[in-house]
Design a binder for this molecule. Structure first.
Ligand code: ADP
Ligand code: MG
Length: 330
């Protein structure tokens, strides 16, 4: 974030989402599910949002597109192409400048034939051609056009959703866990398409719980935990543990097969049981009393971190000072 001077396609700052709910009868409570979340996507970038189930990834996608449930309220700012994305503007860009590959195949309209949905009702020759090419690419028979969603398998539906997103001429694609259930070669193809789309100067927000996949295709990784961003890192930071910033990101790193599958005890807290201060506190090896206070997001080595224990730079700087000290003493 701090070390990039590129143009922002998407910039989200201090986003919070909460749900109004009734607790025992008429007592209305506000359930915060996303708190002070920051994410940005620049020109030409694939930014992967990783985090376990329930960390708020889909809600982030829905907040950007203005499709949160009626009892949700939203705070913070979302900028798209440097312009404030109001609820009105979200309606205008949805499915056009911003395309969503939804997590659930239930987003397909059950009463509308697939082709009509993919083309968004457009029958012009150019659009027909483009749809045919996408179907070929994703191994969908041309007859798929005339099927209803219930006649398609789960894997087919995923490929239909992907074709729909790539069909228009979006500036930003938000892909919410787009590949589970897809054959590996087709999932790879989808990632190549996202790469090409980004290389043309566009942006992709790739939501996934698969960190390996994220590291393969993305430029930057945003790590979610219990409804907030705990770290924003470059993919190259995942080359070694020392380059990573947050204890949770380090735990994710250690849990990767290539790094020895080492897991940590405990689980992500449910939104109703969030701890005071740092959301990762109860599972953190570095936890101390100060962690129960407010934890601001800080910029550290061209990334961000929400941890008061993370050191600015423990390679060059401090080393140099220590050396100077030794010399002075001798
Ligand atoms: N309509 C809703 N009302 C109340 N809580 C919700 C609602 N939708 C989602 N949540 C809660 O918000 C949290 C984040 O959900 P979600 O964004 O779907 O997670 P993810 O996509 O990362 O798995 C979860 O704890 C979930 O239970
Ligand atoms: Mg989700």
């Amino acid at each position: 974030m701090s070390c990039q001077e590129k143009h922002h396609i998407l910039e989200i700052s201090n986003l919070s989402v909460s749900f109004r709910q009734y607790d025992r009868g008429t007592n209305q409570i506000n359930l915060p599910v996303i708190t002070n979340l920051n994410v940005s996507v620049h020109d030409g970038e694939i930014v992967a949002v990783v985090g376990s189930s329930g960390s708020g990834k889909s809600l982030l996608a829905h907040a950007i597109l203005g499709i949160l449930p009626y009892n949700a309220s939203l705070a913070g700012e979302i900028y798209f192409n440097q312009e404030l994305l109001t609820e009105e503007r979200k309606k205008q860009v949805r499915g056009k400048e911003i395309a969503l590959v939804p997590q659930s195949v239930n987003y397909l309209d059950p009463l509308m034939k697939v082709g009509l949905q993919v083309r968004n009702g457009d029958k012009s020759p150019g659009v027909m051609e483009r749809m045919k090419a996408l179907f070929r690419k994703y191994h969908l028979e041309q007859e798929t056009e005339n099927l209803y969603p219930f006649e398609c398998s789960g894997g087919m539906s995923r490929r239909i959703l992907l074709s729909t997103a790539l069909m228009g001429n979006p500036r930003l694609i938000i892909a919410d866990e787009p590949t589970p259930g897809m054959e590996l070669s087709l999932a790879k193809k989808a990632m190549e398409d996202f790469r090409q789309f980004a290389d043309e100067g566009n942006g992709v927000l790739l939501i996934t719980h698969d960190i390996e996949l994220a590291l393969e295709v993305a430029d930057r990784i945003v790590v979610f935990y219990a409804g907030t961003t705990v770290e924003e890192a470059l993919v190259s930071d995942f080359e070694s543990l020392e380059k990573l910033r947050h204890p949770y990101t380090k735990a994710l790193w250690r849990a990767m097969p290539r790094n020895g599958f080492e897991t940590i005890p405990g689980s992500q807290p449910y939104v109703k049981e969030l701890p005071e201060g740092c959301v990762f506190g109860p599972r953190c090896p570095l936890f101390s009393e100060e962690c129960e206070g407010e934890i601001p997001e800080r910029v550290v080595r061209c990334g961000t971190v929400r941890c008061i224990k993370c050191e600015e730079d423990h390679s060059h700087h401090h080393h140099g000072r220590e050396e100077a000290h030794t010399h002075a003493g001798s």
